[in-house]
Ligand binder design. Structure first.
Ligand code: HEC
Length: 140
């Protein structure tokens, strides 16, 4: 129970507005590990709210396809010039390596040192695009 509360606290602690720091990413990684250990459904770690998956599809086409590709496999037109390459959402080993909560955080905050820039999407938009990706591309 204590680790469950710790996981929740670590997840909520970082503010989405004030940018990326390694410390926060570590806190999120620890939260993810604790969540896995305690068997929590990791989707519960996403902030609650409405989820409009068809809006998520529109967002994906407008904002993500250039890198992640129509097929979600990281093969978008911009991908050839990028190192590291955009994530392949159809790669099941990669998909399960991070929780939904971590992916949510990455979409909002980006991955420092890569082309994955902070998107500035709201919580509702982030959840919509993430669940679209999960339902459309992820093979678990
Ligand atoms: C300019 C190119 C670019 C765009 C546009 C882009 N991404 Fe990314 N994305 C990347 C790259 C590159 C990575 C890999 C970063 C790494 O290796 O850690 C990545 C990683 C990710 C990850 C982490 C996945 C994992 O398993 O490591 C998620 C989730 C993600 N992107 C979602 C999105 C979403 C959603 C959008 C649109 C709102 C988007 N990205 C737009 C380049 C892009």
């Amino acid at each position: 129970m204590q680790s469950l509360i710790l996981a929740a606290a670590l997840f909520i602690a970082p503010s989405h507005a004030d940018g990326w720091t390694p410390g926060k990413q570590l806190a999120r990684a620890v939260a993810t590990a604790s969540a896995v250990d305690s068997g929590i459904d990791q989707s519960d770690l996403l902030p609650a709210g409405p989820t409009d998956v068809s809006h998520g599809a529109d967002l994906f086409k407008a904002r993500c396809v250039a890198c992640h590709g129509e097929a979600g496999n990281g093969g978008g037109p911009a991908a050839v010039v990028l190192t590291p390459r955009p994530a392949d959402f159809t790669d099941s080993a990669r998909w399960v390596a991070t929780s939904l909560g971590t992916k949510f955080w990455i979409i909002q905050n980006g991955v420092k040192g890569t082309a994955m820039a902070p998107t500035g999407l709201s919580d509702d938009d982030t959840r919509a695009v993430l669940l679209y990706i999960q339902q459309t591309f992820a093979k678990q």
